[in-house]
Design a protein around this ligand. Structure first.
Ligand code: SAM
Length: 213
């Protein structure tokens, strides 16, 4: 994100937030508990929505312009830690969080598989990954073709945002059990970013060993 986008970000999302995105965020974050890590926290749109069951909050945000806006919002919250780190390489110990959160982030990261492996690493057994992401349209549709055609340009102007990503199947492949997962039209969004998934990906309490049934 450039300087201008970071300063315009909240205003760009205002319509979507009013149309229902804020309520989606609130309902999702109601499931956060214990020590929480939020990836790609952006301008801190989720900050006010965390429930009292959260005992520690760490935001990671690799973009310095977004971090500047975030830090300003956090002036009255010295308890919230901010890390300058990409989600692909978190400078955090293994099994150090109960909840990891990412909203509208997996579309923008460089390597979604690597990010999911990092989330898996930093979560404690039984931990939760709360996600809310826009996703690509089904293969073969006109919307999907348009997303594919526009993606190279879109990525450049929208902070590496990919229009065609499908993070759902990657969650299961990374060892999470996803439940619930809701697929719905993203409130207040246009055709290109219209589809979304949101839900909870659970890390098993005990890792299944290869060969065990
Ligand atoms: C569309 S914004 C979403 C911001 C915020 N999470 C929200 O819900 O409004 C995408 C965010 O992901 C961040 N981001 C991009 N690449 C990232 C990476 N590799 N690791 C973590 N965050 C990343 C961007 O800097 C930006 O703040």
């Amino acid at each position: 994100m450039g300087w201008l986008m970071s300063r315009m970000y909240d205003r760009c999302l205002e319509g979507a937030e009013r149309a229902g995105l804020r309520e989606w965020r609130r309902a999702l974050l109601a499931r956060a508990r214990g020590e929480v890590l939020e990836l790609g926290a952006g301008t801190g749109g989720n900050l006010a929505l965390y429930p009292a069951s959260v005992t520690r909050l760490v935001f990671s945000e690799p973009d310095r312009h977004m971090r500047e806006v975030l830090r300003r919002k956090l002036a009255a919250r010295p308890d919230v830690q901010v890390l300058d780190a990409p989600a692909e390489a978190l400078p955090l110990p293994a099994q150090s969080f109960d909840t990891v959160v990412a909203t509208l982030v997996l579309c923008s990261v460089k390597d979604p598989e690597r990010v999911l492996s990092e989330i898996h690493r930093v979560l404690r057994p039984g931990g939760r990954f709360l996600f809310l992401e826009h996703i690509g349209a089904p293969a073969g549709t006109w919307t999907r073709r348009a997303q594919g055609a526009l993606e190279p340009v879109w990525k450049r102007i929208a902070g590496n945002c990919h229009l065609t990503r499908q993070p759902g199947p990657l969650l299961e492949a990374a060892g999470f059990r996803v439940s619930p997962c809701t697929e719905e039209r993203l409130p207040g969004s246009g055709t290109l970013t219209g589809r979304s998934i949101r839900g909870v990906a659970h890390l098993p309490l005990v890792e299944a060993r290869p060969g065990s049934s």
